[in-house]
Design a protein around this ligand. Structure first.
Ligand SMILES: Nc1nc2c(ncn2[C@@H]2O[C@H](COP(=O)(O)OP(=O)(O)OP(=O)(O)O)[C@@H](O)[C@H]2O)c(=O)[nH]1
Ligand SMILES: [Mg+2]
Length: 463
């Protein structure tokens, strides 16, 4: 992940500020060095790094911390703001009919991204179609078709046609009922004239609303030239950075974005169509700094909840929002958690849990979690309707009966009840936070919550 080490090293230096009400020049210097080191290691352009560290240094020393703010929070918020500024806004992407052209070098992830974006748009209620114009790489048609079917979206391609421009034109016509057209193009191993000519012709034929450049996070300083050339030929409106799940550093891509004055539209972090997220500067930086990304997390939770909805007829979200969190709600949440995707990705979004904490867990920790969830399911099946609705009223004799009925232990049943209580408390906290995503308040809340479980301590056993 980009700047992966920044979060932990920075937190280390920031922690030294704890308890101080003023920062000294040495403090700031140390923090700035830490930031420079991480950014340079991540392949971010030197001049960019210098600009950033200058402004952090200047602001940290000159600006008065607002009343009641500790030195640590003050510096943290400056670093946060400057980093958000560095990565820039997210590429504008209205949820409406549009044509998007994908460009990029060979293997950068265009075809995968086309399917991912189509999936993403379909989840937003639009009707996307992928048009595959790659006649260069053998197998491109099959790959794109397969990915589109996994994303459950329309697809057009023609393995017997070797004219990409003709395919593009026909593709748009054949899929005219779709709202969002995503046009995938061929890549070459380097920027060659024929690649540029081809993409220029396709762009004239499809007249896209946006051109997105797909960049592999592993690309280093070369990203800058690439971005500039594509920008000159077709104009780049935004960038998709792929393979952020790998060891790649992403700083080159970040630099390219900055150099061409474009912005980031999507981040790709895996090989399946769901491994995509819209770029959100605030969330992205919060995550980097180990502050968690509540907004992304909420989105995933909502999506998973929606998907789970149809499966449980007796579950009513209204009840949960009214403040009575029952075991049925908990079961629903557990199912939803299962659907949220790879737990380590989810964990990175939880405040206090990101920054490689998962790496420190023993490998079988996740299995224990799954086992535990399964046994919770079995236990709930042995409960009466009244018990599910009002778990607080479950007494010792009932615990005994439920344990026997489910073939588990009383201890397990109590664990489940304990878990339910924690989740109910967490939910209350969340309600207290409001829906607004007010970063400052959220940050305060997280810091108040201490380390370990952070603001979502109740989710502990799930991770
Ligand atoms: N781990 C990981 N792999 C990815 C990601 N995006 C793409 N890939 C993989 O990278 C390889 C190349 O991806 P493609 O989508 O085929 O790239 P492309 O730009 O279409 O390649 P060409 O059509 O040959 O130019 C494939 O094996 C993908 O599965 C990602 O976000 N994470
Ligand atoms: Mg491709």
């Amino acid at each position: 992940m980009v700047l992966d080490n920044l979060g932990s090293s920075l937190r280390g230096s920031l922690d030294k500020l704890s308890g101080k009400s003023r920062v000294s020049e040495e403090d700031v210097e140390e923090i700035v060095k830490e930031i420079q080191r991480s950014l340079l290691q991540a392949d971010v352009d030197v001049s960019l790094v210098m600009d950033l560290s200058d402004s952090i240094e200047e602001r940290a020393l000159e600006e008065e911390p607002p009343g009641g703010t500790t030195a640590r929070d003050h510096v943290l918020s400056i670093v946060y703001e400057e980093l958000v500024d560095l990565v820039g806004e997210s590429t504008e992407l209205p949820l409406e009919s549009q044509t998007i052209l994908l460009a990029g070098l060979q293997g950068s992830g265009k075809t995968t991204t086309a399917a991912k974006m189509a999936w993403w748009f379909s989840k937003k209620g639009l009707r996307p179609a992928v048009v595959q114009t790659d006649t260069f790489r053998p197998g491109a048609y099959d790959q794109a078709k397969e990915m589109a079917s996994r994303a459950e979206v329309e697809f057009y391609g023609d393995p017997d046609n070797d004219d990409p421009v003709d395919i593009a034109r026909k593709g748009l016509a054949e899929t005219s009922e779709a709202d969002v057209h995503i046009v995938d193009t061929a890549g070459r191993h380097a920027l060659e004239d024929d690649l540029i000519d081809e993409i220029e012709e396709i762009e004239r034929a499809v007249d896209p609303d946006r051109n997105l450049l797909v960049l592999d996070a592993a690309i280093g300083q070369g990203a800058k030239d690439q971005a500039q050339q594509f920008d000159e030929s077709i104009g780049i409106d935004g960038v998709v950075i792929t393979k952020l799940d790998g060891t790649a550093k992403g700083g080159g891509a970040l630099t390219a974005v900055n150099e061409t004055d474009s912005s980031i539209a999507f981040l790709g972090s895996g090989e399946t169509v769901q491994d995509v997220e819209r770029f959100e500067p605030n969330g992205f930086i919060s995550r980097l700094l180990g502050m968690g990304d509540l907004k992304q997390l909420t989105e995933r939770v909502e999506r998973a909840m929606e998907e789970t909805q149809g499966e449980e007829e007796d579950w009513d979200p209204e009840d949960m929002l009214q403040g009575s969190f029952t075991l049925k709600d908990m079961r629903h949440q557990m199912n939803a958690m299962n659907k949220m995707g790879p737990l380590d990705q989810v964990m990175d979004m939880i405040p206090g849990m990101g920054g490689g904490m998962m790496d420190e867990l023993p490998d079988d920790a996740m299995d224990v979690t799954k086992d535990r969830m399964r046994s919770f399911e079995v236990i709930m099946d042995s409960m009466t309707e009244a018990e599910l609705e009002n778990p607080r009223a479950i007494g010792a004799s009932q615990v005994e009966r439920i344990a026997r009925g489910s073939g588990t232990s009383e201890e397990r049943v109590r664990e489940l009840l304990e878990q339910h209580k924690m989740m109910a408390q967490t939910l209350k906290q969340f309600q207290g936070m409001g829906q607004g995503g007010d970063m400052e308040r959220m940050m305060k809340k997280m810091q108040g919550g201490g380390g370990g479980g952070g603001g979502m301590g109740g989710m502990g056993p799930f991770g």
